[in-house]
Design a protein around this ligand. Sequence first.
Ligand SMILES: [Mn+2]
Length: 278
Amino acid sequence: MAHYFASDVHLREDHPERDQRFRRFVEGLSRTDSLVIVGDLCDFWMGARKSDRQLAAYPSLRSLAEFRRAGGSLTILPGNHDYWLQPFYGNVLGATLLPDPADLLVEGLRIRLAHGHLLGARRMWKAAMESRAFFRAFGLLPGPFARPLDRVLCWKNERGLLADEERHLAVYRTYAASCRGVADLLVIGHVHRAVDEPGAGARLIVLGGWQHRSSYLRIDESEAIFRVIPDGKTTAGRDDANASSTASGPLAESDTNAWTTHLAAASGSPRMTLDDPR
Ligand SMILES: [Mn+2]
């Protein structure tokens, strides 16, 4: 059995490739595994504008429900995009819901989980968009009004992306340092860049978005591995330098471009206490 952590899949109907990538990952899990999703599984666009029934029929969400029904452990810590989907996650997918932040003990590793948007780096206008009223109102807007609004929000996100990521990462690093002695790993989302930094306090793992690749943390009784698997065959930079095709886990067979980090050595020997997150 193994424990998996992923975040920021941002499922939405106009990006079926994310659905395919994530479904392949979920279908590769075994029924004895556990999966923890650290927020923003569904994008705001899809979450606000679909009924529970429509969401339940969406392929990768259906595969999550099947994984759960087969005996898999599914835990969701909601993010800023899917905070209002908690009833759907709990009642329809059968997920256990976690508050933000949450602490887990997994194979002896103390893990602090947070989505990341509540740590102090987000802009005021984004905080206002996290209200239930905005979620409801966006869900009721007719398509011809909602689509341009969605495009403006995406454009605004893209335009300031680097600065926004750096601002959040600076806050994450400070927070990771403050977790010294309390957590071995700070596992976080929201920022879509995949990051692994040993740091001075808890080791900082930003799980990374699934917009253009797959990434997840896998912990079993012998090791913890952070895997980032770019889409397609062509990648540049450090992804190739750390290429590995030997790691196990979902998506492992075709992902010769993956980079992996073995955390166990850097975090000291994990104490072998098993504490299932459920
Ligand atoms: Mn987010």
